[in-house]
Design a binder for this molecule. Structure first.
Ligand code: ADP
Ligand code: MG
Length: 701
């Protein structure tokens, strides 16, 4: 591996465009491209030829199996492997893979969440080839398998996955964008793609520690753990030099991802101890989504090779930063233009300005949907702390762009600011031009020069839904604009009016200040912006009339599909907390309580021994014993209280009511139980404490 150069390695396991050009007959290649580029339906005869070439390519590389690779609504990926073996009439076998097998598979999995769309007795679902995302080879202990990215439908045509709606939303943002671009005279643009780059944060810990904690094993986060003497306050981990063991891990990650054609680009240490980040180059949103799933899978798989465990949970440790996944989003044309590149003279760049105000309108109008797609039981612990954006959606534009819009809105001429050179006071350093805006890390939705960055999103989830929603809401705003502009007699005037009116109407969503401050919470309220603290609060906005009408109009989800997703998110919410509560009870009863009792017995024995020998000062021992026994009694009461609530929850059937119960009744009991345990942890001999501590996990990997 070491002497293989990057260009040979990159995409080695991908049936990508180069391979297709090489291996497919010219006419087939062209026809396939017409489907990929122009969205034309794929002919069966073309699929047949592609399937054959794909099979030969895969078998040459050691593949024995193929699988349709899809993304059910649980946000994971699913696969079912079939071998290429096919019997011949004379009793032998040949390696076969037909066009039919490439295009369509039957996934007889009635065990995926369907939110009621599919009854278990009606279990049939179909996987359908997404030829816009390349097939790839997966290598593991079981051999090599050809993975074919697919969408997953019920036999009645409802999307049972996260991929199909994303593909639909890509079509709708393309159609709406083209309509506007055509109106503005950009008639040579034929394709507009939504581009996405997702920065993935994660924790890496010692596998030994992981295996000793049932909470990490069952729930992905620590449910107990007192704060260590040192946290992240020294700010010495962020961008710090990467330790040898971690460096080796990251090297293998890069190699694995490059082989899969995932352009892993940057890696660095993050703010929290043991926290890291990986960012790929951006891609079209469906490919970026597939690649992010692969990134999460590879991060976890490779950790095993290094005796490490990779935690993707949004908040694995209390008291230190959680992990996010910044979803960077933009629009690109087939003529090579990034629509959100402001250019040298943004105030004259009509296309940029129109798309910019479309985003402003979309985010203001549908802020609830954006908040909703970032909602999960795990992310509730992260949002609104002083580490991640608050739960209030707003847009950071920066002073320069805000200024331009202000001037346009008030009919004033825009005076272009000259970029100043930075004065660093050292003559040998190269002179740099000042950026027009500083970064603002506190904004949930920030314009970052030529793209938007959605920062509220948690590290653990599939980015499909976030991309789907961004595409859909912006497409909706653009469609409104197109309707208005198409009616205009004086286009220039209409465009100016549109930019001005939209900005004035939706400017409340723009906020360039400190999103972590208390004042912002107050101000946002005064502006009428919503602030949904938790998943349970925001989920009902998914099934609001507005939401159903938007997704229906844009043909991204029909009402059945929305209700199914809403139901699944609610179920997932309370199931996650239910598992957490049960795990807590298990650890509390079987590990923490016995350890505390054991230690108090030891102290008690010491008291006895000292009393027996003579008259010593045993006030310390008695005080310790007093604290311990009181703590133990309180801990036991907290166990019983949580136990009762968990039992009570079983009788609640309706999902929203159940989710509310878990939020309002069970979470507080869990927090209480934890706080007593964390107090006991600070009193008990560390040799008998049954769980690896925060200090050990975070600082000794
Ligand atoms: P930062 O730390 O400032 O957020 P990074 O360089 O770590 O910046 O990440 C930037 C991310 O944005 C990368 O994943 C990159 O692929 C993505 N990105 C850059 N340009 C675009 C674009 N035009 N569309 C979508 N994503 C983009
Ligand atoms: Mg970022």
């Amino acid at each position: 591996m070491s002497n293989m150069n990057l260009s040979e390695l990159f995409g080695k396991n991908v049936f990508d465009d180069n391979v297709m050009r090489e291996r497919l007959p010219k006419s087939t290649y062209k026809q396939l491209h017409r489907t990929i580029d122009e969205g034309l339906t794929l002919e069966a005869s073309v699929a047949e030829v592609v399937a054959n070439a794909m099979k030969d390519w895969a078998i040459e590389r050691g593949a024995t199996h193929f699988t349709h690779w899809f993304q059910p609504m649980n946000g994971k990926t699913a696969e079912k492997h079939d071998s290429f073996l096919s019997p011949t009439s004379d009793g032998r076998v040949i390696m076969e893979f037909s066009g039919k097998e490439l295009i369509k598979g039957e996934a007889d999995g009635s065990s995926f969440p369907s939110g009621g769309i599919r009854q278990t007795f009606e279990a049939r679902g179909y996987t359908v080839w997404d030829c816009t995302s390349p097939a790839f080879l997966k290598e593991d202990a079981s051999g090599v398998a050809l993975c074919i990215p697919t969408a997953f439908y019920s036999h009645t045509g409802e999307a049972l996955d996260k991929k199909s709606p994303l593909l639909r939303s890509m079509e709708c943002i393309q159609a709406a964008s083209l309509r506007i671009l055509n109106l503005l005279g950009e008639t040579n643009v034929r394709k507009v793609t939504a581009t996405v780059g997702a920065e993935q944060e994660y924790f890496l810990i010692d596998k030994r520690h992981y295996q000793q904690r049932k909470d990490l094993i069952f729930t992905g986060r620590t449910l107990f753990g007192a704060q260590p003497p040192k946290g992240q306050e020294m700010e010495d981990h962020y961008y710090g030099s990467i330790k040898e063991k971690i460096a080796k891990y990251m090297r293998e990650i890069d190699l694995e991802l490059w082989k899969l054609g995932v352009p892993s680009k940057t890696k660095h240490n993050e703010v929290a101890p043991a926290q890291h980040e990986l960012a790929p180059l951006f891609a079209t949103s469906n490919v970026a989504c597939d690649q992010n799933q692969l990134i999460m899978e590879v991060l976890q798989k490779v950790a095993n090779h290094h005796d490490l465990a990779c935690l993707l949970h949004a908040k694995p440790f209390a008291g230190i930063n959680g992990s996010g996944k910044h979803v960077n989003w933009s629009l690109a044309t087939d003529t090579g233009r990034n629509i959100f590149s402001p250019g040298k003279h943004p105030h004259e760049n009509k296309i940029f300005l129109i798309f910019l105000v479309a985003v402003i309108k979309a985010v203001d109008k549908y802020s609830d949907l954006l908040r909703m797609c970032a909602a999960s039981a795990g992310n509730d612990h992260r949002l609104g702390g002083h580490e991640a954006p608050p739960a209030i959606i707003s847009i950071f534009l920066g002073d320069e762009l805000t200024n331009i819009l202000e001037h346009i809105a008030h009919n004033e001429a825009v005076v272009e600011e000259r970029r100043q050179l930075m004065e660093m006071g050292v003559s040998t350093l190269p002179k740099l031009k000042k950026e027009s805006t500083d970064r603002n890390r506190t904004s949930p939705f920030a314009f970052t020069g030529n793209k938007f960055e959605f920062r509220m999103f948690p590290s653990s989830e599939s980015i499909a839904e976030a991309s789907t929603i961004m595409n859909t809401i912006v497409a909706d705003a653009l469609t409104d604009f197109a309707e208005e502009l198409e009616k205009a007699s004086d286009l220039d005037k209409a465009i100016n009016r549109l930019i001005k009116d939209t900005y004035l109407k939706h400017q409340r969503i723009i906020f360039n200040g400190n999103g972590y401050s208390e004042e912002w919470v107050e101000e946002a309220k005064a502006r009428g912006l919503s602030n949904y603290a938790t998943t349970v609060d925001v989920l009902p906005s998914y099934i609001s009339e507005e939401s159903i009408s938007l997704f229906g109009r844009m043909q991204v989800y029909n009402a059945t599909e929305i209700f199914a997703r809403y139901e699944i998110m609610l179920e997932e919410y309370y199931k996650v907390i239910n598992i957490e509560a049960k795990t807590m009870l298990d650890i509390a009863k079987k590990q923490i309580l016995p350890a505390c009792i054991y230690y108090s017995t030891e102290v008690g024995k010491n008291v006895e021994v000292l009393k027996h020998i003579g008259s010593f000062d045993i006030t310390a021992q008695l005080a310790i014993l007093d604290d311990l026994t009181k703590g133990i009694a309180e801990f036991k009461r907290a166990i019983d209280a949580l136990d009762e609530k968990v039992i009570e929850s079983n009788s609640i059937k309706e999902s929203l009511e159940k989710a509310r119960f878990f939020k309002n009744e069970i979470l507080p009991c869990m927090e209480h139980l934890r706080s007593i345990s964390d107090m006991l942890e600070n009193q008990v001999d560390e040799k008998v404490w049954p769980l690896p501590t925060y200090g050990e996990i975070l600082f000794r990997a």
